[in-house]
Design a protein around this ligand. Structure first.
Ligand code: NAG
Ligand code: NAG
Ligand code: NAG
Ligand code: NAG
Ligand code: NAG
Ligand code: NAG
Ligand code: NAG
Ligand code: NAG
Ligand code: NAG
Ligand code: NAG
Length: 411
């Protein structure tokens, strides 16, 4: 729940008689983008599994064990693209490289047998079991309280972390996950059923940051070895933005309301393809998934055909030349997603089992109709590589802004 009182900590400097309010700068954590195409599922299938899982959250009641039915049906494969942050846990510290996930809120380590969590002088074993499910996997382990350093000046004390006993759906080289979604997503993840304070909650409560906000800045890239992006805790670094941040309340429509969810409508050029409906912004999804009716209209309008091996739509160079922008309208503000943003980076076609020089579209079919089940879209990484995302946890708001990469032609 977002029930804590907002406490703004200002560092007031006095220049003569005029008080000048200065906020401390945001804490910045660099992100590395890893591309891994060794799994047996296509990028579309992985994103669809995540969507399906989010939709079914209504029927889930935890904590459960890894032997439940869901576990059995989950293939052992991680996402094709993940953004990782390096953190240090304990003292003396162990470094872990964690998948940054807005769609979950627990943080856990120790998934890589080659880089285990070893209790140190700052570790406290609570003896509680932690269980977290993801669309493409799950995690089960033991809860420890420990210190976690995210960046210089951002050393969080008494953080609840999970220590992996068993993880499914992640490669064994993945250390764990850093969950940066709303605190409510930690509901029923530990045995006693209480909410678990997130990294952001603790950083704020401990006075390390002035504002309970996260900023996510990803850059488009067509080069596998270029790692880009950053996440900030605290006040938002507006130097990267080319517009004001447009804030909207998190949608009240379930289940999008549990995560970083908003209502949006979409037009292809001048033609509406999705009426105002609820969905989420998600760093753990690669593509943009749309409700089947919206997807079908998009396919028809673009003239694209479905490609079997990737699961994605393809278009010809001539169709690409005529591709119109998609317009996402969120809280009365319209964000233009240009033609280049709508195609998979051609330099990375091989990573999705695609053919060199083919043009694949990043708009995928969610697998069910709009309005159904309160989740009509997932705006994944390809969206967030064009628009800066802010999550204002104190006021349950989502912010979006353009960046100098919004109109990039990198793909
Ligand atoms: C752990 O991370 C810190 C801070 O980024 C770095 O200085 C140190 O070299 C890393 N240690 C190892 C063993 O990678
Ligand atoms: C990870 O899994 C692979 C394949 O199953 C195995 O060969 C390798 O030894 C494992 N690595 C670790 C660190 O356990
Ligand atoms: C961490 O927990 C310990 C033990 O409960 C407490 O003494 C300490 O003040 C806490 N530190 C912070 C920064 O909350
Ligand atoms: C990609 O996944 C495979 C199998 O899951 C794993 O062995 C490999 O280490 C992963 N590579 C990266 C860069 O994560
Ligand atoms: C990708 O980036 C690396 C490092 O900057 C560079 O050496 C390489 O040539 C680039 N590859 C392509 C295909 O642009
Ligand atoms: C957003 O939420 C705030 C606080 O709950 C409320 O006061 C405000 O009216 C909401 N704004 C809109 C546009 O619904
Ligand atoms: C989301 O909506 C459901 C159903 O209306 C409600 O029970 C739940 O408390 C809401 N969650 C949040 C975080 O608003
Ligand atoms: C939007 O809603 C209107 C009114 O219900 C309907 O006529 C129209 O077909 C819908 N448009 C889309 C793109 O679903
Ligand atoms: C958001 O969209 C849902 C349908 O997904 C609709 O029921 C709800 O009324 C919309 N909320 C707002 C504030 O427009
Ligand atoms: C992107 O390009 C469109 C069309 O040229 C323009 O209207 C829009 O302002 C540009 N957006 C940004 C953020 O530069």
């Amino acid at each position: 729940m977002f029930s804590q009182l907002f406490v703004a900590v200002y560092l007031a400097l006095f220049a003569g008689a005029t008080p000048l309010t200065v906020r401390s700068p945001p804490m910045t954590i660099s992100l590395a983008r890893h591309l891994n195409s060794t799994g047996s599922r296509t990028v579309l299938e992985l994103d669809q599994m995540r969507m399906e899982f989010l939709k079914q959250s209504a029927t889930r009641k935890g904590p459960k064990s890894a032997s439940s039915d869901t576990a059995a049906s989950i293939p052992v494969t991680n996402g094709i693209i993940s953004y990782f942050a390096e953190v240090q846990v304990g003292y003396p510290p162990t470094n872990f490289s964690l998948i940054v996930d807005t769609g979950s809120s627990n943080t856990w380590v120790g998934g890589n047998p080659g880089n285990p969590y070893t209790p140190t002088s700052t570790s406290h074993d609570t003896g509680m079991e932690v269980f977290v499910e993801y669309g493409t996997g799950l995690f089960e382990g033991e809860e420890f309280i420990d210190q976690v350093s995210l960046a210089e000046g951002l050393l969080i004390q008494n953080q609840s972390i999970g220590v992996a006993g068993f993880a499914l759906g992640f490669s064994n080289t993945t250390d764990g996950v850093m969950g940066i979604g709303p605190t409510d997503l930690t509901s029923d993840t530990i045995e006693i059923g209480e909410l678990v304070p997130t990294l952001l909650d603790n950083a704020f409560a401990q006075g390390l940051i002035d504002e309970k906000k996260i900023g996510i800045f990803l850059k488009p890239t067509n080069n596998e070895s270029v790692t880009t992006g950053e996440i900030t805790f605290g006040s938002i670094d507006r130097s990267k933005l080319t517009s004001d941040i447009h804030f909207v309340n998190i949608t009240s429509t379930f289940p999008a309301n549990m995560s970083i969810g908003v209502n949006q409508s979409i037009a292809y050029g001048n033609t509406p393809i999705l009426n105002n409906s609820a969905g989420i912004m998600d760093t753990g999804t690669t593509l943009i998934l749309l409700a089947t009716d919206a997807f079908n209209m998009y396919q028809q309008l673009t003239g694209a055909v479905l490609d079997e091996s990737t699961g994605l739509l393809t278009i010809t160079p001539a169709q690409y030349d005529n591709l119109q922008s998609l317009f996402f309208t969120i809280g009365g503000c319209t964000f233009e997603f240009n033609s280049n943003a709508q195609i998979w980076p051609r330099g990375l076609n091989a990573a999705i089992n695609g053919v060199a020089n083919m043009i694949y579209l990043v708009i995928g079919d969610s697998g069910s109709g709009s309005g159904s089940e309160g989740l009509s879209f997932l705006n994944g990484q390809v969206f967030l590589e064009r628009f800066f995302l802010a999550f204002d946890a104190e006021n349950s708001r989502v912010g979006l802004a353009t960046t100098r990469f919004t109109n990039a032609t990198t793909n």
